[in-house]
Design a binder for this molecule. Structure first.
Ligand code: ATP
Ligand code: MG
Length: 266
């Protein structure tokens, strides 16, 4: 028998007024897989992430995570079930330190939570130390430990993206959603990001990746879903997607070079 999917998206639709941002989109993600969602600007990729992570509620359709229906549940509840995400437009607390930003991501797992932590109640101190330690380990993992004490707002964009990943990891997710993690990164940073993504997968994490950098996508993803104007137009392994006539047509006039990854593999 085939392994049950970790995430199952079934016939999900959402309209903003008259604009159909997503229409009857269905796909599944196997445990331990890296699946990429691609598509031209406005295709509905970020909207799909908002639906999975509880930031938006679908008009129709079901989203099942580990056997539980999660569509329409609030974001904090979805997070506590084990889904973490990063944002296309980085969302950090600029005035908090790099370490504190990660500690915020950790707090969902603790008894004390943010309020009593802020009040420095004595019985939370040991917990606070454990959170700090764990958050620091997440920073070490993404290579930001040396920046721990700096205000997050001072980081260049490439490092902010890594910090968002560290914050997401601090909640010990089962499924990680990355929305354009390579956007604004130079080539060396993008290559390191690719290694990081593969390391996470090797550690057992399941990843959904929205990305415009096709070389990175083709390198790390086993499966690709293609959205265009809110509809799923293709799904399959990278090599099949690169040759798919409808995908090529959808990208006509954009700067996507469909053969980029093939060259890099050679
Ligand atoms: N809150 C909103 N209100 C109205 N329309 C919206 C809203 N959010 C998204 N849209 C529209 O829905 C469509 C899908 O947007 P979405 O952000 O999901 O696209 P995307 O695939 O992530 O694009 P990009 O690659 O540019 O990030 C677009 O036409 C967008 O303008
Ligand atoms: Mg987007």
């Amino acid at each position: 028998m085939a392994e049950a999917p970790l995430l199952q998206v079934s016939e999900v639709s959402l309209a903003f007024g008259g604009l159909k941002a997503l229409e009857e989109v269905s796909f599944s993600v196997a445990p331990g897989a890296i699946k990429a969602i691609i598509g031209p600007n406005g295709a509905g990729k970020t909207t799909l992430f908002h639906l999975i992570s509880g930031f938006l509620r679908p008009d129709r359709g079901r989203i099942v995570f580990q056997g539980r229906e999660i569509q329409g549940r609030p974001a904090h509840e979805v997070a506590s079930l084990g889904i973490a995400r990063t944002f296309q437009l980085v969302q950090l607390f600029d005035h908090l330190t790099v370490l504190e930003n990660v500690m915020v991501g950790r707090h969902r797992l603790t008894r004390a939570g943010l309020l009593s932590g802020a009040l420095h109640l004595p019985w939370t101190r040991r917990e606070e130390a454990a959170i700090r330690e764990r958050a620091f380990a997440c920073l070490e993992f993404v290579g930001l430990a040396e920046r721990a004490a700096q205000p997050a707002g001072f980081l260049p964009l490439g490092l902010k993206r890594l910090l968002e990943i560290a914050r997401a990891l601090a909640s010990e997710p089962t499924l990680l959603l990355l929305d354009e993690p390579a956007s604004g990164l130079d080539q060396a940073e993008t290559e390191r990001l690719g290694e990081l993504i593969l390391t996470l997968r090797a550690q057992g994490l399941t990843l959904l990746l929205v990305e415009h950098d096709m070389s990175l996508t083709m390198e790390v993803a086993q499966e690709i879903v293609v959205l265009n104007y809110g509809r799923l137009i293709a799904e399959g392994p990278p090599r099949a997607i690169q040759r798919h006539p409808e995908v090529i047509a959808a990208y006509l006039g954009t700067d996507w070079q469909g053969d980029g990854a093939t060259e890099r593999e050679g």
